[in-house]
Design a protein around this ligand. Structure first.
Ligand SMILES: C[S@@+](CC[C@H](N)C(=O)[O-])C[C@H]1O[C@@H](n2cnc3c(N)ncnc32)[C@H](O)[C@@H]1O
Length: 394
C-alpha cells in the first residue's frame, strides 16, 4: 500500500467511527511543524446539541482549543497528518489504529484490539451520544426529555443507559448475520416502561433504515398498555407491547432477544426463548438471581470461609448463575461476551451477557466446563439448563 492509501484508510476509519458513535479519541504526535514541540488530542463534544470534534493542541503550558463539525474535523486531520504530525492513533470501541511515518515520510498503518472500551462522557452534557436522537418523540412521551429535546437532569442516568444499550446493540448487529436483514424481528422480555425497546426500534428504523418488527412483553399489564399507547401516539410502526409472561410464549422464530433486568429466572425463560427461536443475537442483563444461592455448599470445601458471609455468598451465587447461562449459550452455538452494561456507580446489576450465534464456537468444551462448574458449585438445579433439556443433578 502507498503512503496516501494508508492515510486515506485512516481517515475513512475515523469518519466511519464518528458516524457509528464508536469514536473515542485521536492522538497526534511526532510533531514536525513550525515552532515549539506540541501534541494534539481530538475528542467528541456536543455544542448546541450538534456533534463536534474538539482538537486540543498543547504547547508548553498552553492549550489551544479548536472545535469542528465531524466532516470538517476529518478534513482538518487530513491537513495535519503526514505534515505537521508524523504519528496518529485512532481509538475506537472496536479497534485501535495507528499511522506512523518514517523519516522518508512513508506511512505505515497498524490495527489492534481496542485499549479503551468506554467513551468518556461527552462534554456540554446536552446530547450524550450520537446514536440516540434526543428530539425523538418517544423520549418526551417516556419523560426522558423536555422541551427542545433536552434530557431532564433527573433522567441523565437512564439516558446514559439507553445510549450505552443502543451502542452495544449497534455493534452486535454490525458484527452479526443481521447486518443486511431488512426487517429484523425483536422480542424484549420484561420490557418494563419500554425505554430500551423504543430506543432499539427507533435506532433500527431511523438510523439503520430497516423495518423492524418489535414485540415488548411484560408481566405487568399496566406497563404494557402504557407502552402500547405511546407506540401508537408516536406512530412507531411495527412496535407492539403485550401483557404476558415470558414462559407463556409459544415457540416462534425471531432474530434478536433482549431481556434487561428481567427478574430472577425470567432471564432463563427469555434465553430459552431466544435459543429455541434461533435468535441470531441474545442480550440479557440479569438481576435478582435467587435460584442458586440456597443450593451452594457453604459448610465444607475450599470456599467455606468466603461463603459463610451472606453478601459474598449472594455475589458468588450471581456469578455462578450467570456463568452457567453463558456456558449454556456457548454450548448452544453462541459466541458469548460478558460486558459491563453501565458503570457500577449506578447499579451493581451491570453485567451483560451478549451472545451472537456462530458456527465456530467450541460447544463441546463449553459443555465440559459447564459440567465442572456445576459439580464444583454443588448446583442441583438451574432453570435454563432444565428448559434446554439438560439433566439436573440429583
Ligand atoms: C426491572 S424491570 C426492567 C425493565 C426494562 N427491561 C429495563 O431494563 O428498563 C423488570 C420487568 O420485568 C417484568 N417481568 C418480571 N418477570 C417477568 C416474566 N416472567 N415475564 C414477563 N415479564 C416479567 C416486570 O414486570 C418488570 O416490568
Amino acid at each position: 500500500m502507498q503512503t496516501d492509501d494508508e492515510k486515506t484508510a485512516f481517515l475513512e476509519a475515523t469518519s466511519a467511527s464518528l458516524a457509528a458513535g464508536t469514536f473515542l479519541k485521536i492522538t497526534l504526535g511526532k510533531y514536525r511543524g513550525d515552532g515549539e514541540m506540541c501534541k494534539c488530542v481530538a475528542t467528541r463534544v456536543a455544542i448546541k446539541d450538534l456533534p463536534h470534534v474538539r482538537f486540543v493542541t498543547s504547547r508548553g503550558r498552553q492549550d489551544l482549543t479548536l472545535n469542528k463539525r465531524s466532516t470538517e474535523a476529518v478534513a482538518h486531520l487530513a491537513a495535519l497528518i503526514g505534515t505537521d504530525y508524523l504519528s496518529a492513533t485512532l481509538f475506537t470501541t472496536v479497534e485501535d489504529m495507528s499511522l506512523v511515518y518514517s523519516k522518508k515520510k512513508i506511512g505505515q498503518l497498524t490495527r489492534g484490539r481496542p485499549t479503551l472500551n468506554e467513551a468518556p462522557p461527552i462534554e456540554h452534557n446536552r446530547q450524550k451520544a450520537y446514536l440516540v436522537d434526543t428530539h425523538a418523540p418517544y423520549l418526551a412521551e417516556l419523560g426522558v426529555t423536555q422541551a427542545g429535546g433536552v434530557v431532564k437532569p433527573s433522567m441523565y442516568a437512564k439516558f446514559r443507559q439507553i445510549c450505552r444499550f443502543v451502542e452495544i446493540l449497534d455493534q452486535l448487529l454490525a458484527a452479526s448475520s443481521l447486518k443486511e436483514a431488512p426487517s429484523p424481528r425483536i422480542v424484549d422480555v420484561g420490557a418494563g416502561k419500554g425505554y430500551l425497546t423504543f430506543a432499539l426500534h427507533e435506532h433500527l428504523s431511523k438510523r439503520l433504515h430497516k423495518a423492524p418488527v418489535t414485540r415488548g412483553i411484560d408481566a405487568n399489564a399496566g406497563l404494557a398498555t402504557a407502552c402500547a399507547a405511546i407506540a401508537t401516539k408516536t406512530r412507531m410502526t411495527g412496535l407492539t407491547f403485550e401483557a404476558t409472561l415470558a414462559d407463556a410464549q409459544a415457540p416462534s422464530a425471531f432474530d434478536v432477544l433482549i431481556a434487561l433486568h428481567a427478574c430472577d429466572t425470567a432471564t432463563d425463560d427469555a434465553i430459552a426463548l431466544g435459543i429455541k427461536g434461533d435468535a441470531a443475537i441474545i442480550v440479557v442483563a440479569p438481576c435478582c438471581q435467587h435460584e442458586v444461592a440456597p443450593q451452594l455448599e457453604t459448610r465444607h470445601g475450599p470456599l467455606a470461609g468466603m461463603l459463610k458471609f451472606g453478601l459474598m455468598k449472594q455475589r458468588h451465587a450471581d456469578l455462578v448463575t450467570d456463568a452457567v447461562r453463558a456456558l449454556l449459550l456457548e454450548a448452544a452455538g453462541y459466541e458469548v461476551r460478558i460486558i459491563e452494561f453501565i458503570s457500577d456507580e449506578h447499579t451493581s446489576k451491570n453485567l451483560m451477557i451478549a451472545a451472537v450465534r456462530s458456527d465456530t464456537v467450541d460447544r463441546k468444551s463449553a459443555a465440559a466446563q459447564l459440567e465442572h462448574l456445576t459439580t464444583f458449585a454443588g448446583l442441583k438445579q438451574q432453570k435454563l439448563r432444565a428448559l434446554l433439556g439438560g439433566s439436573d443433578k440429583q
